[in-house]
Write a protein that binds this ligand. Structure first.
Ligand SMILES: NC(=O)c1ccc[n+]([C@@H]2O[C@H](COP(=O)([O-])OP(=O)(O)OC[C@H]3O[C@@H](n4cnc5c(N)ncnc54)[C@H](O)[C@@H]3O)[C@@H](O)[C@H]2O)c1
Ligand SMILES: O=C(O)C[C@H](O)C(=O)O
Length: 324
Protein backbone atom coordinates (compact mmCIF):
# COMPACT_ATOMS: atom_id res chain seq x y z
CA UNK A 1 0.00 0.00 0.00
CA UNK A 2 1.15 3.49 -0.78
CA UNK A 3 0.06 6.30 1.52
CA UNK A 4 0.60 9.92 0.45
CA UNK A 5 0.54 12.81 2.91
CA UNK A 6 0.01 16.25 1.33
CA UNK A 7 1.10 18.97 3.75
CA UNK A 8 3.61 16.59 5.32
CA UNK A 9 6.00 19.24 6.67
CA UNK A 10 3.35 21.01 8.73
CA UNK A 11 2.19 20.89 12.33
CA UNK A 12 -0.01 17.86 11.68
CA UNK A 13 1.95 16.45 8.75
CA UNK A 14 5.16 15.79 10.69
CA UNK A 15 3.77 13.90 13.70
CA UNK A 16 1.33 12.09 11.40
CA UNK A 17 4.20 10.99 9.17
CA UNK A 18 6.12 9.81 12.22
CA UNK A 19 3.14 7.76 13.43
CA UNK A 20 2.62 6.31 9.97
CA UNK A 21 6.29 5.35 9.73
CA UNK A 22 5.91 3.54 13.05
CA UNK A 23 2.54 1.87 12.52
CA UNK A 24 1.95 1.19 8.82
CA UNK A 25 2.18 -2.49 7.87
CA UNK A 26 5.59 -3.73 6.78
CA UNK A 27 6.17 -3.17 3.08
CA UNK A 28 4.06 0.01 2.90
CA UNK A 29 5.32 3.09 1.12
CA UNK A 30 4.97 6.57 2.61
CA UNK A 31 5.12 9.51 0.19
CA UNK A 32 5.49 12.91 1.84
CA UNK A 33 4.69 16.02 -0.17
CA UNK A 34 4.82 19.64 0.91
CA UNK A 35 6.01 22.74 -0.98
CA UNK A 36 8.13 23.59 2.07
CA UNK A 37 11.80 22.91 1.16
CA UNK A 38 12.38 20.97 4.39
CA UNK A 39 10.11 18.11 3.25
CA UNK A 40 12.93 15.97 1.88
CA UNK A 41 14.69 16.47 5.22
CA UNK A 42 11.61 15.27 7.09
CA UNK A 43 11.65 12.13 4.94
CA UNK A 44 15.38 11.54 5.46
CA UNK A 45 14.92 12.03 9.19
CA UNK A 46 12.06 9.50 9.33
CA UNK A 47 13.93 7.03 7.16
CA UNK A 48 16.39 6.51 10.03
CA UNK A 49 13.66 4.87 12.12
CA UNK A 50 14.11 1.11 11.68
CA UNK A 51 10.68 -0.01 10.45
CA UNK A 52 9.87 -1.75 7.17
CA UNK A 53 8.10 1.28 5.71
CA UNK A 54 9.76 3.09 2.81
CA UNK A 55 9.63 6.89 3.09
CA UNK A 56 10.25 9.39 0.33
CA UNK A 57 9.96 13.16 0.43
CA UNK A 58 8.72 15.32 -2.45
CA UNK A 59 8.65 19.07 -2.77
CA UNK A 60 8.35 21.54 -5.61
CA UNK A 61 5.30 22.89 -7.37
CA UNK A 62 3.18 19.81 -7.76
CA UNK A 63 2.55 16.58 -5.83
CA UNK A 64 2.27 14.29 -8.85
CA UNK A 65 5.27 12.09 -8.11
CA UNK A 66 4.06 11.58 -4.53
CA UNK A 67 0.55 10.74 -5.72
CA UNK A 68 1.44 8.31 -8.51
CA UNK A 69 0.01 4.92 -7.50
CA UNK A 70 -1.21 6.08 -4.09
CA UNK A 71 -3.91 3.96 -2.42
CA UNK A 72 -4.69 6.47 0.32
CA UNK A 73 -4.12 10.24 0.29
CA UNK A 74 -4.21 12.14 3.58
CA UNK A 75 -4.46 15.93 3.20
CA UNK A 76 -3.48 18.17 6.12
CA UNK A 77 -2.35 20.99 3.77
CA UNK A 78 -3.31 24.60 4.37
CA UNK A 79 -3.35 27.17 7.09
CA UNK A 80 -4.61 26.74 10.64
CA UNK A 81 -6.66 29.01 12.92
CA UNK A 82 -5.34 31.67 15.27
CA UNK A 83 -7.21 32.88 18.38
CA UNK A 84 -10.35 34.80 17.47
CA UNK A 85 -10.83 33.00 14.15
CA UNK A 86 -13.55 30.53 13.20
CA UNK A 87 -12.76 27.54 11.00
CA UNK A 88 -14.86 29.18 8.29
CA UNK A 89 -12.36 32.09 8.22
CA UNK A 90 -9.88 29.64 6.67
CA UNK A 91 -12.09 29.02 3.64
CA UNK A 92 -10.61 31.72 1.42
CA UNK A 93 -7.04 30.45 1.96
CA UNK A 94 -7.62 26.72 1.99
CA UNK A 95 -10.30 26.19 -0.68
CA UNK A 96 -7.85 26.99 -3.48
CA UNK A 97 -5.22 24.66 -2.00
CA UNK A 98 -7.68 21.78 -1.70
CA UNK A 99 -9.09 22.42 -5.16
CA UNK A 100 -5.62 22.27 -6.66
CA UNK A 101 -4.42 19.22 -4.75
CA UNK A 102 -7.56 17.23 -5.50
CA UNK A 103 -7.20 17.98 -9.21
CA UNK A 104 -3.79 16.35 -9.00
CA UNK A 105 -5.32 13.37 -7.16
CA UNK A 106 -7.93 13.05 -9.91
CA UNK A 107 -5.17 12.86 -12.49
CA UNK A 108 -2.55 10.76 -10.70
CA UNK A 109 -4.51 8.39 -8.44
CA UNK A 110 -8.20 8.56 -9.38
CA UNK A 111 -9.07 5.40 -7.45
CA UNK A 112 -7.37 6.43 -4.21
CA UNK A 113 -9.22 6.94 -0.94
CA UNK A 114 -8.90 10.64 -0.06
CA UNK A 115 -9.16 11.82 3.55
CA UNK A 116 -9.32 15.59 4.02
CA UNK A 117 -8.10 17.13 7.25
CA UNK A 118 -7.92 20.72 6.01
CA UNK A 119 -10.43 23.15 7.55
CA UNK A 120 -13.17 24.07 7.19
CA UNK A 121 -13.86 20.36 6.62
CA UNK A 122 -17.60 21.01 6.19
CA UNK A 123 -16.86 23.01 3.02
CA UNK A 124 -13.60 21.39 1.87
CA UNK A 125 -15.17 17.97 1.27
CA UNK A 126 -17.83 19.49 -1.04
CA UNK A 127 -15.01 21.38 -2.79
CA UNK A 128 -13.15 18.12 -3.33
CA UNK A 129 -16.30 16.30 -4.45
CA UNK A 130 -17.04 18.97 -7.08
CA UNK A 131 -13.48 18.84 -8.40
CA UNK A 132 -13.60 15.05 -8.69
CA UNK A 133 -17.01 15.22 -10.37
CA UNK A 134 -15.73 17.71 -12.94
CA UNK A 135 -12.76 15.42 -13.57
CA UNK A 136 -15.19 12.52 -14.10
CA UNK A 137 -13.69 10.34 -11.36
CA UNK A 138 -15.95 11.03 -8.38
CA UNK A 139 -17.01 8.12 -6.21
CA UNK A 140 -18.60 9.25 -2.93
CA UNK A 141 -17.40 6.05 -1.24
CA UNK A 142 -13.80 7.19 -1.61
CA UNK A 143 -13.93 10.72 -0.21
CA UNK A 144 -13.84 11.46 3.52
CA UNK A 145 -13.68 14.48 5.79
CA UNK A 146 -11.73 13.54 8.89
CA UNK A 147 -13.78 13.95 12.07
CA UNK A 148 -11.99 11.29 14.09
CA UNK A 149 -10.53 14.00 16.34
CA UNK A 150 -14.04 14.74 17.63
CA UNK A 151 -14.50 11.05 18.40
CA UNK A 152 -11.12 10.87 20.12
CA UNK A 153 -11.97 13.92 22.24
CA UNK A 154 -15.38 12.55 23.18
CA UNK A 155 -13.70 9.37 24.37
CA UNK A 156 -11.01 11.25 26.30
CA UNK A 157 -13.49 13.55 28.03
CA UNK A 158 -15.25 10.55 29.59
CA UNK A 159 -12.21 10.09 31.81
CA UNK A 160 -10.97 12.59 34.37
CA UNK A 161 -7.99 13.02 36.67
CA UNK A 162 -10.03 11.29 39.37
CA UNK A 163 -11.19 8.45 37.12
CA UNK A 164 -8.58 7.94 34.38
CA UNK A 165 -9.87 4.39 33.94
CA UNK A 166 -13.28 5.65 32.74
CA UNK A 167 -12.31 5.67 29.04
CA UNK A 168 -15.03 3.99 26.98
CA UNK A 169 -14.38 1.29 24.43
CA UNK A 170 -12.95 2.88 21.28
CA UNK A 171 -15.60 3.76 18.70
CA UNK A 172 -18.65 3.50 20.96
CA UNK A 173 -19.45 7.25 20.92
CA UNK A 174 -20.42 8.39 17.42
CA UNK A 175 -19.92 12.04 16.57
CA UNK A 176 -22.31 13.16 13.84
CA UNK A 177 -23.02 16.32 11.84
CA UNK A 178 -19.88 18.09 10.75
CA UNK A 179 -16.59 19.46 12.04
CA UNK A 180 -17.10 23.04 13.17
CA UNK A 181 -18.70 24.65 16.20
CA UNK A 182 -22.26 23.55 16.75
CA UNK A 183 -22.20 21.10 13.82
CA UNK A 184 -20.12 18.71 15.99
CA UNK A 185 -22.64 16.50 17.82
CA UNK A 186 -21.19 13.75 20.03
CA UNK A 187 -23.83 11.17 20.90
CA UNK A 188 -22.92 10.28 24.47
CA UNK A 189 -26.26 8.48 24.78
CA UNK A 190 -24.64 5.57 22.92
CA UNK A 191 -22.63 4.91 26.07
CA UNK A 192 -25.81 3.80 27.84
CA UNK A 193 -26.20 4.25 31.57
CA UNK A 194 -26.92 7.45 33.47
CA UNK A 195 -26.54 10.56 31.28
CA UNK A 196 -27.54 13.27 33.75
CA UNK A 197 -30.17 15.94 33.16
CA UNK A 198 -30.63 17.86 29.91
CA UNK A 199 -28.25 20.62 31.01
CA UNK A 200 -25.53 18.06 31.78
CA UNK A 201 -25.93 16.43 28.35
CA UNK A 202 -25.83 19.81 26.62
CA UNK A 203 -22.68 20.72 28.54
CA UNK A 204 -20.91 17.50 27.49
CA UNK A 205 -21.78 18.24 23.86
CA UNK A 206 -20.57 21.84 24.23
CA UNK A 207 -17.23 20.73 25.64
CA UNK A 208 -16.44 18.66 22.55
CA UNK A 209 -17.65 21.46 20.25
CA UNK A 210 -15.36 23.90 22.04
CA UNK A 211 -12.31 21.64 22.21
CA UNK A 212 -10.62 22.85 19.01
CA UNK A 213 -10.94 26.47 20.10
CA UNK A 214 -9.53 25.58 23.53
CA UNK A 215 -6.39 24.25 21.83
CA UNK A 216 -6.14 27.28 19.53
CA UNK A 217 -6.42 29.64 22.51
CA UNK A 218 -3.95 27.64 24.61
CA UNK A 219 -1.40 27.64 21.75
CA UNK A 220 -1.80 31.43 21.69
CA UNK A 221 -1.24 32.07 17.99
CA UNK A 222 1.13 29.16 17.31
CA UNK A 223 -1.49 26.98 15.60
CA UNK A 224 -4.25 24.53 16.35
CA UNK A 225 -4.45 20.88 17.32
CA UNK A 226 -1.65 18.89 15.74
CA UNK A 227 -0.69 15.98 18.00
CA UNK A 228 -4.11 14.57 18.88
CA UNK A 229 -5.02 15.23 15.24
CA UNK A 230 -2.06 13.18 14.06
CA UNK A 231 -3.14 10.35 16.34
CA UNK A 232 -6.73 10.61 15.05
CA UNK A 233 -5.60 10.57 11.42
CA UNK A 234 -3.38 7.54 12.05
CA UNK A 235 -6.34 5.73 13.63
CA UNK A 236 -8.56 6.54 10.65
CA UNK A 237 -5.89 5.65 8.10
CA UNK A 238 -5.23 2.26 9.71
CA UNK A 239 -8.98 1.54 9.60
CA UNK A 240 -9.08 2.43 5.90
CA UNK A 241 -6.11 0.13 5.30
CA UNK A 242 -7.54 -2.79 7.26
CA UNK A 243 -10.83 -2.50 5.38
CA UNK A 244 -9.02 -2.17 2.04
CA UNK A 245 -7.17 -5.37 2.81
CA UNK A 246 -10.46 -7.18 3.30
CA UNK A 247 -10.96 -7.08 7.07
CA UNK A 248 -14.68 -7.01 7.90
CA UNK A 249 -16.62 -4.99 10.46
CA UNK A 250 -14.45 -1.84 10.47
CA UNK A 251 -16.56 1.11 11.59
CA UNK A 252 -15.50 4.76 11.82
CA UNK A 253 -17.20 8.14 11.88
CA UNK A 254 -16.45 10.36 8.91
CA UNK A 255 -17.92 13.29 7.00
CA UNK A 256 -19.17 11.76 3.75
CA UNK A 257 -21.69 12.39 1.03
CA UNK A 258 -24.99 10.54 1.19
CA UNK A 259 -26.91 8.61 3.76
CA UNK A 260 -28.59 11.53 5.52
CA UNK A 261 -31.89 13.07 4.47
CA UNK A 262 -31.30 16.59 5.82
CA UNK A 263 -27.83 17.41 4.45
CA UNK A 264 -25.93 16.12 1.39
CA UNK A 265 -22.72 15.76 3.42
CA UNK A 266 -22.89 14.56 6.99
CA UNK A 267 -20.53 13.08 9.52
CA UNK A 268 -21.84 9.68 10.51
CA UNK A 269 -20.86 6.14 11.33
CA UNK A 270 -19.77 4.24 8.27
CA UNK A 271 -18.80 0.63 7.74
CA UNK A 272 -15.64 0.56 5.67
CA UNK A 273 -14.89 -1.87 2.89
CA UNK A 274 -12.35 -2.43 0.15
CA UNK A 275 -13.56 0.60 -1.83
CA UNK A 276 -14.12 2.98 1.09
CA UNK A 277 -17.62 3.47 2.48
CA UNK A 278 -19.48 0.15 2.26
CA UNK A 279 -22.51 1.31 4.26
CA UNK A 280 -23.70 4.37 6.14
CA UNK A 281 -24.98 3.25 9.52
CA UNK A 282 -27.90 4.65 11.49
CA UNK A 283 -27.16 6.50 14.70
CA UNK A 284 -30.70 6.09 16.10
CA UNK A 285 -32.00 6.04 18.76
CA UNK A 286 -30.60 9.19 20.37
CA UNK A 287 -31.52 11.46 23.28
CA UNK A 288 -33.91 14.38 22.55
CA UNK A 289 -31.20 16.89 23.54
CA UNK A 290 -28.88 15.38 20.92
CA UNK A 291 -31.65 15.43 18.30
CA UNK A 292 -32.41 19.09 19.08
CA UNK A 293 -28.71 19.91 18.65
CA UNK A 294 -28.70 18.22 15.23
CA UNK A 295 -31.87 20.00 14.13
CA UNK A 296 -30.49 23.39 15.23
CA UNK A 297 -27.22 23.14 13.30
CA UNK A 298 -28.54 21.81 9.97
CA UNK A 299 -29.12 25.20 8.27
CA UNK A 300 -25.55 26.27 9.10
CA UNK A 301 -24.10 22.97 7.89
CA UNK A 302 -26.02 23.20 4.61
CA UNK A 303 -24.76 26.77 4.16
CA UNK A 304 -21.14 25.64 4.57
CA UNK A 305 -21.71 22.83 2.06
CA UNK A 306 -23.24 25.26 -0.45
CA UNK A 307 -20.23 27.60 -0.06
CA UNK A 308 -17.87 24.79 -1.07
CA UNK A 309 -19.92 23.71 -4.06
CA UNK A 310 -20.41 27.29 -5.32
CA UNK A 311 -16.69 28.03 -4.99
CA UNK A 312 -15.73 25.27 -7.41
CA UNK A 313 -18.60 25.87 -9.83
CA UNK A 314 -17.68 29.54 -10.13
CA UNK A 315 -13.90 29.12 -10.23
CA UNK A 316 -13.20 25.95 -12.18
CA UNK A 317 -14.06 27.33 -15.64
CA UNK A 318 -11.78 30.35 -15.06
CA UNK A 319 -9.08 28.10 -13.60
CA UNK A 320 -9.12 25.85 -16.69
CA UNK A 321 -8.84 28.87 -19.01
CA UNK A 322 -5.85 30.25 -17.09
CA UNK A 323 -4.02 26.93 -16.87
CA UNK A 324 -4.49 26.17 -20.60
N1 LIG B 1 -10.06 17.90 10.59
C1 LIG B 1 -9.58 18.18 11.80
O1 LIG B 1 -10.04 17.63 12.79
C2 LIG B 1 -8.44 19.14 11.95
C3 LIG B 1 -7.73 19.19 13.16
C4 LIG B 1 -6.66 20.05 13.28
C5 LIG B 1 -6.31 20.89 12.20
N2 LIG B 1 -7.02 20.81 11.05
C6 LIG B 1 -6.67 21.64 9.89
O2 LIG B 1 -5.54 21.06 9.23
C7 LIG B 1 -4.86 22.07 8.47
C8 LIG B 1 -3.36 22.00 8.70
O3 LIG B 1 -3.06 22.30 10.03
P1 LIG B 1 -1.53 22.37 10.54
O4 LIG B 1 -1.57 22.69 11.97
O5 LIG B 1 -0.78 21.18 10.08
O6 LIG B 1 -1.04 23.64 9.70
P2 LIG B 1 0.49 24.05 9.35
O7 LIG B 1 0.45 25.43 8.85
O8 LIG B 1 1.38 23.73 10.48
O9 LIG B 1 0.87 23.07 8.16
C9 LIG B 1 0.25 23.11 6.92
C10 LIG B 1 1.22 22.63 5.88
O10 LIG B 1 0.56 22.69 4.62
C11 LIG B 1 1.54 23.01 3.67
N3 LIG B 1 0.94 23.48 2.44
C12 LIG B 1 0.55 24.73 2.09
N4 LIG B 1 0.10 24.73 0.82
C13 LIG B 1 0.21 23.46 0.37
C14 LIG B 1 -0.08 22.83 -0.86
N5 LIG B 1 -0.57 23.50 -1.91
N6 LIG B 1 0.17 21.50 -0.98
C15 LIG B 1 0.68 20.80 0.05
N7 LIG B 1 0.98 21.35 1.24
C16 LIG B 1 0.73 22.65 1.40
C17 LIG B 1 2.41 24.07 4.36
O11 LIG B 1 3.66 24.19 3.72
C18 LIG B 1 2.49 23.48 5.75
O12 LIG B 1 3.65 22.65 5.89
C19 LIG B 1 -5.50 23.40 8.89
O13 LIG B 1 -6.43 23.80 7.92
C20 LIG B 1 -6.22 23.04 10.19
O14 LIG B 1 -7.30 23.89 10.47
C21 LIG B 1 -8.07 19.97 10.91
O1 LIG C 1 -10.01 23.96 15.83
C1 LIG C 1 -9.29 24.00 14.81
O2 LIG C 1 -9.13 25.03 14.14
C2 LIG C 1 -8.55 22.76 14.40
C3 LIG C 1 -9.38 21.53 14.42
O3 LIG C 1 -10.51 21.65 13.61
C4 LIG C 1 -9.76 21.07 15.81
O4 LIG C 1 -10.90 20.68 16.02
O5 LIG C 1 -8.89 21.09 16.69
Amino acid sequence: MKIAVLGAAGGIGQPLSLLLKMHLPAGSELALYDPAPMTRGVAVDLSHIPTAVRVKGYTGRDPDAALEGADIVLIPAGIARKPGMERSDLFKFNAGIVMDLVQHCARCCPAALIALITNPVNSMVPVAAEVLKLAGVYDARRLFGLTTLDVVRSESFCASDERPEALPVQGVIPVVGGHSGNTIIPLFSHLGGELGDDAAIAERIRRVQQAGTDVVDAKAGAGSATLAMAYAALRFCLSLLRARQGELGIIECAYVEGGHAAAPFFSQRVRLGVDGVAEVLSYAPIHPVEQAAIDAMLPGLNEEIRQGIDFVRQLMPIWHQVSR
